[in-house]
Design a protein. Structure first.
Length: 562
């Protein structure tokens, strides 16, 4: 028995080293190959940069003015990264890359503890090899870190529920303490929705468990202890800021969060089923594989702990999907916490298939092959369409779109091969699954998806970004050392970060018409999209510097005073 455990521990460590090394190679190198995208990536990175400029780490700011949307924990991580590596895209995205490595290692470890090493490997692999879960670890948005804190909070809550209240009081308290601390950190990362999601999930889980077992898996005191710990941890920032600035600070923050839930913000109103579509197609292939697990009841071979954890994952999925389907503001990454239960159920389905407990039908293989082939086709045709853009321009009538497509972007001519190779791997995976070589077939499907995403971010994403925003970003960079005003005719955080705004350089209260006609004391630059440039063209003092990539750039010199 001792020898078996030693071998298992050695195997677990070996797998952990492999997972960590592969995750590092996929997530960390080339993080700075693409400019940060407006809005979210630049928004958070700019807040971190302004912390370094002002030395004020207590409050999140944009353009050196209070920013009520987000608490500071993720911004602190970015600021720390920038302090070490400099203000750059690499530093802004590094916290999520490291979060990706940690997440995959945790999924392997938790999966191994619940089932075995093979389950842990496929849970980690399904997260690593699905579209959006993989992609978000290469970004500078808050959600990967936020979701990890919530998942850990829920997991420790589950661990506590598996222990007897009589014989393991100390251990239960430790797990509840960890759970509350993680949720408190989640509140400090993105706000009180961390407590809402975990709290609702915990209550529903406790009620269903009571109905099944006729006993409470957690007590009222457990819930109170959890809530107190979560609030105390989050009070390290919320409480201190409220004491320093008064209740108006907390009131402003809460009002913004409520408004975000009740009203569609920044045009992000979508239909009720929006997140269902995002999760089904955005978490491919895991989502397609997980459909089988969602249709089936718990296996008789599952232990009580495995069945209980599956129940909790299903509850978390349902709570998140319901909350953000009801919310009027719908953005793709709002439902990203669902990636954990989706990939869990995908790994569970694969584990059952490998054990022979359930079958994998050809219809399921065809569904994966069909959607995978469709994605491969799009990845093949998309670069080809832009390489030979002159052939599609006659069919494009919108002036702005035509200007964007004519941006000076250099294609090498081989980018379409990424989609072609993915198609070959999808076909090969399907053949292996038909031949019932499931371990190799599923493994190839996930790994080839991750490899395709990696090459996409290296060779295609920079060119896509060049069409969208390369021209204005290059313009802002050229103005970093100039004391000037910079304003845009559309919402953008790019000037702040890439022109390296200084305090009071260009207050948000400045009126564009005053900048165009008033007694300015330093040059003023205006950037407008082609379809919004007419308003600026009415002012004779504004001179067009250039037109490129669907943007028009204006300058007004300091007026001569006789």
């Amino acid at each position: 028995m001792t020898t078996t455990r030693t071998l298992s521990a050695a195997l677990t460590w070996r797998y952990s080293l492999i997972i960590g090394a592969v995750a590092f190679l996929f997530f960390v190198p080339f993080l700075g190959a693409v400019h940060l995208f407006d809005w979210d990536e630049i928004n958070f990175a700019e807040s971190a940069r302004e912390m370094l400029v002002t030395g004020n780490y207590a409050r999140v700011q944009i353009n050196f003015e209070p920013f009520w949307e987000k608490p500071p924990l993720f911004i602190w991580l970015q600021a720390l990264s920038m302090h070490v590596f400099g203000v750059s895209e690499f530093a802004a995205r590094l916290p999520n890359a490291l979060c990706g490595i940690i997440t995959l290692l945790l999924l392997f470890r938790i999966g191994t503890q619940l089932y075995d090493e093979r389950f842990g490997l496929f849970w980690s692999l399904s997260y690593f090899g699905s579209f959006l879960p993989h992609f978000y670890f290469k970004t500078a948005i808050i959600d990967p870190v936020f979701n990890l804190f919530i998942f850990l909070g829920v997991y420790y809550f589950f661990c506590a529920s598996q222990l007897s209240a009589d014989t393991h009081l100390s251990a239960r308290s430790q797990f509840i303490l960890r759970s509350g601390a993680c949720i408190g950190l989640g509140i400090m990362t993105k706000g009180p929705v961390a407590l809402l999601v975990s709290g609702l999930s915990g209550v529903i889980y406790a009620l269903i468990s009571f109905y099944r077992l006729r006993r409470w898996v957690l007590t009222l005191w457990d819930g109170i202890f959890f809530g107190v710990v979560a609030l105390l941890v989050s009070a390290l920032w919320y409480g201190v800021e409220t004491l320093r600035n008064g209740w108006w600070f907390l009131d402003s923050f809460i009002r913004y969060q409520i408004g975000l839930f009740r009203e569609p913000v920044a045009g992000h109103g979508q239909p009720f089923y929006y997140h269902v579509v995002v999760l089904l197609f955005g978490v491919f292939p895991a989502s397609f594989i997980a459909l089988g697990a969602f249709r089936r009841s718990a296996s008789l071979s599952d232990s009580k702990a495995q069945s209980a954890f599956a129940l909790l994952m299903a509850i978390v999925f349902g709570v998140v999907l319901t909350i953000f389907s009801i919310s009027t503001t719908k953005i793709a990454h709002y439902s990203s916490l669902c990636y954990f239960p989706i990939t869990f159920f995908a790994a569970r389905e694969i584990h059952r298939i490998l054990l022979g407990a359930v079958s994998w039908g050809k219809l399921a293989s065809l569904a994966c092959a069909g959607f995978g082939a469709l994605v491969a086709l799009l990845l093949t045709l998309f670069p080809l369409a832009l390489i030979y853009v002159e052939r599609i321009l006659p069919f494009v009538k919108d002036e702005l779109v035509r200007a964007v497509l004519q941006s000076p972007v250099e294609w090498r001519g081989y980018e379409w091969l990424i989609g072609a190779f993915y198609f070959l791997f999808v076909v090969l995976s399907t053949v292996l699954l038909w031949q019932k070589k499931f371990e190799l077939g599923f493994g190839m499907l996930f790994f080839s998806t991750a490899l395709t995403l990696h090459f996409f971010t290296l060779f295609i994403a920079p060119k896509v970004e060049a069409y969208i925003q390369a021209e204005p970003i290059a313009f802002y960079k050229s103005l970093q050392d100039e004391d000037c005003y910079i304003v845009t005719g559309y919402k953008s955080y790019a000037p702040y970060f890439y022109a390296r705004f200084r305090p009071q350089q260009c207050p948000s209260t400045l009126d564009h018409e005053w900048l165009a006609t008033g007694p300015i004391t330093k040059p003023a630059y205006f950037v407008a999209k082609l379809d919004g440039a007419a308003w600026y063209e009415q002012f004779p003092e504004l001179k067009v510097i250039k037109r490129s990539g669907g943007y028009v750039f204006f300058k007004r010199n300091v007026p001569h005073v006789p």
